[in-house]
Design a protein around this ligand. Structure first.
Ligand code: IPE
Ligand code: IPE
Ligand code: MG
Length: 242
């Protein structure tokens, strides 16, 4: 998009920081893990709504590299839900033509989970109608460091000329290679921060913060975030046409 253009063109990529599961559960006097399991229903709702809204790329933040600071039983519950979600929904998503990708660090994940992730990616690799990326064990800084390491390795091996490295080359080493930058990043739960999500890719994304806690997120909230996006003017450092 050129500077000065507004947001009339359709949104290609929406990324969501799914936040507020713990508070949702606490409000009901239930353990945090209950909020996470209800959050999976909201994930299904978001994926369905994105399809209806004809959003080609949807990226969901499921577990951050900082979430290891949580109690081990909560981390276990989140891993378990991720496995169960991919197991249960893979075939349906595949039939709908959804390409599944998992962004994030694979090292440190248990072998079962890595197996499930790889199977989902392999199974849906040929799909092209929509792309669902789940950021899991993902941190923006960690992703940039891993990308820099791979890039440095290629330079050291003589496969890449350092002088030829530009933003596009670098982005090709990120977990999101081939995925366009997000137009819109939504965060639920009323927190106003990015928490290390897509810090490279979202440089010029529009940010929409919603007060709803993630388990209550519905197609209505998705549509309201898109309405807020549509009212924005994106300038990309330029000036709006008079
Ligand atoms: C989002 O909900 C899910 C993850 C971060 C994995 P939280 O678990 O962060 O819920 P709150 O923010 O404590 O309410
Ligand atoms: C960000 O939420 C991570 C995910 C949604 C997976 P957090 O709840 O972990 O973020 P902070 O701790 O409030 O910044
Ligand atoms: Mg949170």
């Amino acid at each position: 998009m050129t500077p000065g253009e507004n947001t009339d063109r359709p949104v290609q990529h929406v990324a969501i920081i799914m936040d507020g599961n713990g508070r949702w559960a606490q409000q009901r006097g239930r353990p945090r893990a209950f909020g996470h399991s209800q959050g999976v229903e909201a994930v299904r709702e978001a994926v369905r709504a994105a399809g209806e809204l004809e959003i080609k790329y949807l990226t969901l933040f499921g577990f951050s590299t900082e979430n290891w600071r949580r109690p081990p039983h909560e981390v276990d519950a989140l891993f378990d839900l991720m496995k169960r979600f991919v197991d249960a929904d893979l075939e349906k998503l595949h039939e709908e033509g959804v390409k599944i990708r998992i962004a994030g660090r694979r090292e440190g994940l248990d072998r079962d989970l890595v197996g499930i992730i790889e199977r989902a990616e392999r199974r849906t690799a040929g799909n092209s109608s929509r792309c669902l990326t789940i950021a899991f064990n993902y941190g923006g800084r960690d992703e940039i460091v891993r990308a820099a390491r791979r890039l440095a390795r290629e330079i050291a091996e003589g496969q890449l000329d350092p002088e030829s490295v530009d933003e596009e080359t670098f982005a090709g080493f990120l977990d999101t290679a081939e995925i366009p930058d997000p137009d819109l990043v939504i965060r639920t739960s009323g927190e106003h921060r990015t928490s290390n999500f897509l810090i490279w890719q979202a440089a010029y994304a529009e940010l929409v913060f919603l007060d709803v806690l993630w388990p209550d997120f519905s197609a209505r909230h998705f549509a309201s975030a898109l309405d807020q996006y549509a009212a924005r003017k994106r300038r990309f450092g330029g000036v709006n046409a008079a």
